[in-house]
Design a protein around this ligand. Structure first.
Ligand SMILES: [Zn+2]
Ligand SMILES: [Zn+2]
Length: 218
């Protein structure tokens, strides 16, 4: 079930419907929805508020969000919505694909467009702001992703924070988030993928210098 959801996101940029999953697994829609609920409870994916469709399977999202991810290969006509700055790098990491990421700076509205890939870091001046500590990410993970945005630079991220959420959040270099996305998401599409343990993921954050209480996973 999980493989079919991820495979459809990877090849078509969308989530399969429950009826489609039922047909492809030769089971009932009820059985599929039960399996999707189990996956959602394990945080392996996120369902819509009504609980009957896939909203996100990190790093993929089925609904428009602030980032678009486009293959650099002009013959590859796939496109994905990036749920957040981290997920946009995650799509490149999971697909082992060089991409162009398009978004806009929340502070000044300037379009931001850059190339990234497993061997291509994003421009070094770009900054990513995380809205809330790791402990709270899954309280409302869609909202968390919505707020993990990319800014022109640390200055604009700082101004936005002062104006909108004084004293809250964490600003990281985009290159740090890019580096984190590779081990965090790089194995997501592997047939033998196993969810990372909390300790494993904590170590990945540590290795990128993301330490302290803000980054302590629940
Ligand atoms: Zn800006
Ligand atoms: Zn995200």
């Amino acid at each position: 079930m999980r493989e079919l959801v991820y495979g459809t996101f990877a090849s078509e940029g969308r989530a399969p419907s429950a009826a489609e999953l039922a047909r492809r697994t030769r089971s009932s829609v009820d059985a599929v929805q039960g399996a999707l609920r189990d996956l959602a409870e394990a945080h392996a994916l996120v369902l819509t508020p009504d609980g009957d469709a896939v909203r996100m399977a990190h790093p993929f999202t089925s609904a428009p969000m602030a980032f678009t991810v486009t293959p650099l290969d002009g013959y590859d006509d796939r496109r994905w919505w990036g749920g957040c700055a981290w997920d946009s790098f995650g799509i490149s990491a999971a697909l082992h694909l060089d991409v162009r990421v398009d978004t806009a700076c929340p502070q000044c509205g300037t379009p931001i467009s850059f190339q990234a890939g497993p061997e291509i870091p994003p421009p070094r001046e770009l900054a990513v702001r995380f809205p809330r500590p790791a402990q709270e990410w899954w309280d409302d993970v869609v909202s968390t992703c919505t707020m993990i945005r990319m800014f022109c630079d640390r200055g604009h991220a700082g101004q936005w924070t002062t104006n909108n959420a004084p004293g809250r959040g964490y600003v990281a270099d985009a290159t740090t988030v890019w580096r984190l996305a590779e081990p965090w998401y790089g194995d997501r599409l592997d047939p033998e993928f196993r969810p990372h343990s909390r300790e494993h993921n904590q170590r990945l954050l540590d290795e990128c210098g993301l330490t302290g209480s803000f980054w302590k996973l629940p």
